[in-house]
Design a protein around this ligand. Structure first.
Ligand SMILES: O=C(CO)[C@H](O)[C@H](O)COP(=O)(O)O
Length: 233
């Protein structure tokens, strides 16, 4: 894999927010990859943490790195989740799911006290929507779900990989919905999740608490959002 300096800088910086004793959510994708590698180094240097992964791919990488993983039945609360995004705006609203892990990513983000998002500078946008919005749908009667999405103007395209229908870790399909510009993200989020067969969509509107943006010269800048303190379960 060719090194993207901005992704590496942002991904590594995020690991600095992890404190001993924390339970950490491990994100998915080529930016979170650098976070996981850095966490692996910290663990080998003695950092005592536990982790949960947002995808089979990240779980495997974490195991290779010697990061202790715990089952969800042992998770009281997730202290910090560090994950990538496909687009982010300055209000810390995100489009995620380019890697197809959005459902697990959202479950873990929602259960985390903090969500640190790591991106390279190209993903910081004024308006969300240029990146096609991933929507995870049940395989059962997916054609009907597809048509329902067409009817509400979502312009869905079934995601393919290696000439096969892409299957998520949860055994679902992804419909990438082409908007160009999303005008009312909260309304769209509700509208999409209201369609039977839709498991989740890739709009993450109130989860990120910190955005770390890596530049091509290796520098990083951060945007934080003063949400009311999040409660965890
Ligand atoms: O949402 C995701 C996976 O479902 C990823 O976080 C997102 O696609 C960003 O990936 P990358 O860091 O490889 O650009």
């Amino acid at each position: 894999m060719q090194t993207n300096i901005g992704k590496k800088a942002a991904g590594e910086k995020a690991a600095g927010y992890i404190k001993p004793g924390m339970t950490v959510g491990l994100g998915t994708g080529s930016t979170a990859y650098y976070t996981i590698l850095r966490i692996g180094e910290l663990v080998r240097d003695g950092l005592d943490i536990k982790a949960v992964a947002t995808s089979a791919q990240s779980e495997e990488l974490a195991r290779e790195q010697g990061i202790p993983l715990i089952d969800f039945d042992q998770v009281d609360s997730i202290d910090i989740d560090i994950d990538g995004a496909d687009e982010a705006d300055a209000q810390l609203q995100l489009i995620k799911g380019g890697g197809g892990a959005l459902l697990r990513e959202k479950i873990i983000a929602a259960a985390s006290k903090e969500m640190v998002v790591v991106i390279d500078e190209q993903k910081l946008v004024k308006h969300l929507g240029k990146f096609p919005l991933p929507v995870e749908v049940a395989t059962f009667a997916w054609e009907l779900t597809f048509r329902q999405l067409v009817a509400i103007g979502a312009h869905p395209v079934l995601r393919m990989k290696d000439n096969q229908r892409f299957l998520t870790d949860n055994g679902n399909y992804i419909l990438d919905c082409h908007y160009q510009k999303i005008h009312n993200a909260a309304a769209l989020h509700a509208q999409l999740n209201n369609v039977p067969g839709v498991m989740e969509n890739g709009l993450f509107l109130h989860y990120a608490t910190r955005l770390i943006i890596g530049a091509a010269d290796g520098s990083v800048r951060e945007i934080t959002h003063p949400y009311p303190a999040k409660t965890s379960f």
